[in-house]
Design a protein around this ligand. Sequence first.
Ligand code: MIG
Length: 668
Amino acid sequence: MTERSDYGNYVKTGATVGEVPAAKALKYFEVQEREEGFVFTRELDKADIVYGLGEQVRGINKRGWKYCSYNLDDPSITENRESLYAAHNFLLVSNPKLRFGVFFDTGDKVSFDIGYTDADRLSVNVRGGCSVYIVDGTSAREIVREFRELIGQSYIPPRWAFGYGQSRWGYKTKEDIESVEKRYSEEKMPLDMIYMDIDYMQDYKDFTVNEERFPDFKDFVASMNEKGVRLVPIIDAGVKAEENYSVYEEGIRYGYFCRSADGEPFVAGVWPGDSVFPDVLNEKAAEWFGSNYKVLLDLGIEGFWNDMNEPALFYSKESLHNAVETVSRVKGKNLALEDFQAVSGAFGSLANSEDDYKKFYHNVDGRLVSHDKVHNLFGYRMTRAAAEYFKEYDPQKRYLLFSRSSYIGMHRYGGIWTGDNASRWEHLLLNLKMMPSLNMCGFLYCGADLGGFGQDTTEDLMLRWMAFGIFTPLMRNHSSLHTRNQELYLFKAKDVFRRFLGIRYSLIPYIYSEFVKAALNNDMLFRPLAFDYPDDGRAETTEDQIMFGESLMLAPVYEQNAKGRYVYLPERMKMIRMQSYDNYREKILEKGSYYIEVPLNEIVFFLKENCVLPLAEPAVKVADVDFDRLRFVQFIHREKKYAVCDDNGGTITEKDFKYHTVFPEEKA
Ligand code: MIG
């Protein structure tokens, strides 16, 4: 059961599908109207766990901190932060006596104080107006299903998107990319895509290709495709403001860029220098922006990642001018400490300033709306614009598409990567904790930059991260300019990496089938343990293990130099200790807590009782994974049916599932 209550005025977000009639009164919360907006408060029971918020810092249980939905590009992801790149305003409050979900729907800023100011109080501050949806249900999983039904079916990427992808900010030429492909193939390491970062563009101009560094791009795309590798280019939100650049000129001609108060296009600095921003909240402008992807689609491209779409602003013309003024005022002067601070602050505070977000406007159905009121929708609408164009371009085909910034609703159009993490052990753990929270909010096709984006990775971190990353739907190794290279063939342990990748490809029938089932049934692929074992107090507080699909529990190692880790088994399970597709050991363990040794060259996971796990024979391309020839790892006592999704692309129906019957092995 879902109920809706409306507060004040706000711009419709497009988060939900279908209609929920408005209820008379809001359940579970006290509401106060303030000048700025509305505050929703509720006492928290000592037993309450508060799940949700999708892409956010800290734990699976969000209690004990304050969070803010105001999409932000800030590459220092630490637990004292309040905003990341996304606004996923869904909470699930849960104790054994009462469980409900709540969704605060607005593109404006929302702050969540979840037992921070007062340990026993939840308070949600909404700037402007919103709709509040209350979702009731008997179990956490059912509440999520209800909520997901409200927001509509999750995006399903093409099957090849479940392969492994190599990325790095710093591949500058065709040769750079060719050599990555060559090394992977020489090493017989699986690889399905290579990502292209901003250097493929001409002067960072969207929908252009630098012809010197990437001559005959169409042929290049085709030759990579022949080798079984797809090129996946980045698209940035900011469009270079430059005469004779057709995207800029067209957008100006039609009036499709966001405007300042004076009616002129709003200009801010991003990668290409002075840039303008497509008004993706305007239907026509969004349609036009999406149609620009055609340039690359015509060249054979089948996947994209949308970046910088919070949107990130390095500076606005005006703020830069002011900063320069501040500095020039002290020129030649003896700087007192305050002056010095003013000068260094003048530049330090330029990026992504809220003042700038108030200085430009969208044209929403003929009404001018200040950007800060719909800030959280920008990445969503940019990505939706692309997806809707793809549908027009080829209605039969599924494209790969994911975005850095997002809002609930975008999950119907694309996936997300979780932004600029770093090569730090804590970010491996954060990757694990985010997955179920993202799934609650509809985002199934997700992943983090494996190995870490910023800073220098280490071989052991890469190994441990891969040991988890082989389970995430989006499996991409990405790193930043000026950090240690982390292509897997560079490491001494490359044989181990090859086997890990091999295990990923063997798991693809399972990962893909479970993914599609989760999408079609509004279910979660990754779940907190408590969702599967609601009466188990220990499971409730276990946050470094998660359930994965119908059959598995994951408990990766996330500490350096650890030889293993403690694992809690909420019921009897079969431990699988795997080095490769045909080299693994099984052991049945009773419910309880164990110290499990995990050498760096092994992947350890757990199979639930009465479950099976299909494994395909090793392959180095997703297209070569044979979904018919499956071997089943099993922990069953009577025969069990397992449904494998084996479709031909396009829309998936019940007919695309093949049922395999697995019989219990004879006991020796
Ligand atoms: O300001 O395109 O999160 O993945 O490599 C940095 C360069 C812009 C941020 C993305 C990152 C990407 C980088 N981008």
